[in-house]
Unconditional design. Sequence first.
Length: 329
Amino acid sequence: MEEKLIDNYIASERTPDENHTHEILTKESAEVCLIDAFEKSWDTYYNAAKVYFENTHCLSPPADYVTADGVRLGAWIEQIRTARKIGLSSSCLTPEHIAELDAIGMVWDVYDFVFERNYHSAVDYYREHGDLECKFDYIDSSGIRLGAWLTYLRQQYKQRGRNMLTEEQFRMLNAIGMRWGSKYDKQWDMFFQVLKAYVQRTGNTDVPATWREGDVQLGRWLRNQKESFSKGQLRSDRKEKLEALGITLAMVDQWERKFQLAKAYSEAHDGSLSIPPDYVVQGISLHKWLNRQLSAARKGILPADRVKKLLSIGVDLRPASSSKKPCTV
C-alpha cells in the first residue's frame, strides 16, 4: 500500500510534459520488448520450418500443426503470412526474414499455391485422358485429390459464377477442356443440342412424346422438362434456353392439340377429313390419330365431350356397318 501511494504521489508531481515523455518511453519499451521476443522466437520457429520443408518439400503446414517438440509451427506460419499481408513493421519481418523463408519454400498465398499445384495435376490428367472427366474420388500419383478439387470448382462456379477465379485461371482451365457443369449438365446440353437441330430441321417446337432422334428419346426428354417446369423445378438458365427455341413449357392437352390440327385440316379441305395415311403435321400422323378416335368412340370408351368435338367437325362415329356413307378416314 505504501509503494502504491508513493507511485501516485510521484505521478501527481509530474508536469504534463513529463507525463507525455513517460508515455512515449513506455510505448517504445513495449515495442522493443515485442521485437526482442519476435527475434528470440525466430530461430526456434525458423528451424522448425526448415525441418518441415526438408521432410515435405513445401512450407505450407496446416494451421493447427504442432511439431514433436511442441512448436506451434502452423499458427506461426499463419501469423507470418498475415504480418506480411498487412505490412507489419519491417523490424519484425525484415527482407532478410522473407528471403530466409523463400529459401525453404514458403507459401505466401495458399490459394494461389493450391491452384497452381492442382492445375499441374489437371494438365497431366488431360494429357493422358484427353479430358477432365475424372471421378470424384480420383487421386493422382502425388496424392492430389484432383477429382474432389474439380468438383469443388464446378460447385463454386454454379454458386458464384466467374468471381471465384481470375480470368487467367479460367483461361488456363478452359484450355485443357474444363467443363463447368456436372455430368448431368453435360447430358442435358447434349439433349438440348439434339432438340435444337430437330427444331431447325422441322420447324416443329412441339415434339411428339414418342419421337426419337436416333438413340435419343427426344419427345420423352422434352416432356420431362415441361413437367419440371410445371413443378417449379426447372432451372432458370435451362428455361431461358428452351424458350429461346420457341418451346412452350406450359403443359398442353395433347388430345386437344391434335383435335385442333384435324379441325384445321378439315377447314383447309372443304370439310373433308379424308386424310392420306402418309400425311404428317408437326410430327403427328393425323390419319392414325383419327382412326384411334373412331375406334374408341365405336367401343363407347371415348369421353362424351370428345365425341361431341369430333362430331362438330364432321367425323362420322357410327359403326361402319350402319353408316350411310363410307368412313371419312
